[in-house]
Design a protein around this ligand. Structure first.
Ligand SMILES: Nc1nc2c(ncn2[C@@H]2O[C@H](COP(=O)(O)OP(=O)(O)OP(=O)(O)O)[C@@H](O)[C@H]2O)c(=O)[nH]1
Length: 402
């Protein structure tokens, strides 16, 4: 199957009722409307504060409980999003990157018209500015040069489509199912450990992931293992209340491994499907970080052999190259199995996804595309490149026969 046919099927979803002309600019509006309609999922500090107030206000205790139950019901009733609406989330989440990156590529295409060495050199520069990373850019340029020669491509028009195809190829090289979580069979507990420095959006991401798993019918327990940062335990509790899952915690300053030990017992007792463990994100000292994570690991794998089943590293996309440095440190301290790249919507340098993949060889499992509850999405290379080149690709996709 051709790349574009596969891409079209992925973006729209096969078997779904779609108009042939659905890939058109009017979808910008659809995406905006969908985002607006989804008020339930609005998550920001204001909402967290309100939820905290509700939980703390003794008079309104029952009322707030009811509200949480109602909210929880609403969460359950949430319809499964269509493939196209997920595609639109990527498009909206990558708007900043697209605006800066695509306009530069468009400008190049308009200025050069013909593909030559000067064009390639400038393209290289544009890609580097989007934080795609040196190695990936070089690999991409080699592939482009080869393809341009093979197909005897002279015009720069259509180069976006070619870049997209090659980027997906590079991202997916030799690996399958790389974004799937390593979930245990029904009836067995899956343990997911979250690591990452403070402020990257770890707690929010844990909340969003818990919501996602709950809406798939799973029972989720959260472990408040970040006992170091003031407020981290309460913040996780607020999320637990919002999503409707139990939070196992101890007081601030207590041993994270002890909290996680308790949480495993609680999760087992309740017959929970998933335990998500928060951890503190101190990075000042790699030896301490390593020791703490080793201890947590030891406790988990003693209770459940082969666990943790996932060690997810939360990285803030807006910190660019700094995120790569953090990732390197965590990679040396523990066996990171996947990356959650938060705040991708907040950066114009969304090429960082590719740099991470290429430099660290750790798959990006989820990306944060906004502040709403369902803005945490499994990373998808095809939707990602569509987010980078939406307009350029739409023309190409319209040509694909159904
Ligand atoms: N736009 C956007 N904001 C996000 C995303 N993920 C998290 N945030 C926001 O980032 C801010 C920080 O997130 P928190 O989870 O509170 O992170 P933190 O408490 O500072 O620190 P940690 O939990 O230790 O990472 C919050 O305002 C979140 O709403 C995302 O994908 N996109």
């Amino acid at each position: 199957m051709s790349f574009f046919k596969r891409l079209k099927e992925k973006l729209i979803g096969s078997g779904e009722e779609v108009q042939k002309d659905q890939i058109s600019h009017e979808n910008d509006q659809t995406a905006e409307n969908e985002v607006e309609a989804d008020e339930l999922t609005l998550v920001n500090n204001e909402v967290i504060e309100k939820a905290e107030e509700q939980i703390q206000a003794p008079v309104a205790e029952n009322e707030s409980e009811n509200q949480l139950v109602v909210q929880d019901e609403a969460v359950k009733e949430e319809k499964k999003p269509s493939a196209w609406s997920i595609t639109q989330k990527f498009k909206a989440g990558l708007a900043k990157t697209r605006d800066s990156f695509t306009s530069k590529v468009n400008d190049l295409v308009a200025r050069y018209r013909k593909v030559d060495e000067d064009f390639f050199e400038e393209l290289e520069e544009v890609l580097l500015q989007a934080d795609v990373g040196f190695e990936t850019v070089m690999e991409l340029m080699d592939k482009l040069r080869f393809e341009v020669q093979r197909k005897n491509i002279k015009d720069t028009e259509g180069i976006q489509a070619l870049i997209s195809e090659k980027l997906v190829e590079i991202y997916e090289a030799g690996e399958e199912n790389i974004t799937e979580l390593n979930m245990q069979p029904n009836g067995e507990l899956t343990v997911i450990l979250f690591v990452g420095v403070n402020g990257v959006g770890k707690t929010t991401t844990i909340g969003k992931l818990a919501h996602r798993l709950k809406s798939q019918g799973k029972t989720v327990v959260l472990a408040a293992g970040d006992t170091f940062r003031a407020g981290a335990i309460d913040q996780l509790q607020v999320w637990g209340d919002r999503v409707g899952c139990e939070v196992v915690k101890q007081s601030e300053g207590s041993d994270p491994a002890a909290v996680i030990y308790d949480a495993i017992s609680a999760a087992k007792k309740r017959g929970a499907d998933v335990l998500i463990c928060d951890t503190a994100g101190r990075l000042q000292n790699k030896v301490n970080l390593m020791k703490e994570l080793e201890k947590v690991h030891r406790v988990i794998s003693r209770e459940i052999p082969n666990a943790p089943h996932e060690v997810l590293l939360a990285l803030d996309a807006t910190t660019g190259q700094n995120a790569l440095i953090q990732a390197q440190t965590f990679k040396e301290a523990t066996n990171v199995t996947g990356i959650v790249l938060t705040k991708l919507d907040g950066t114009a340098k969304g090429g960082i996804v590719l740099a991470i993949r290429n430099k660290l060889h750790i798959p990006v499992k989820f990306v944060g595309l906004g502040e709403k509850m369902d803005d945490l999405q499994p990373f998808d290379a095809e939707r990602y490149v569509y987010g980078l080149f939406a307009e350029g690709l739409e023309k190409e996709l319209e040509k694909v026969e159904d």
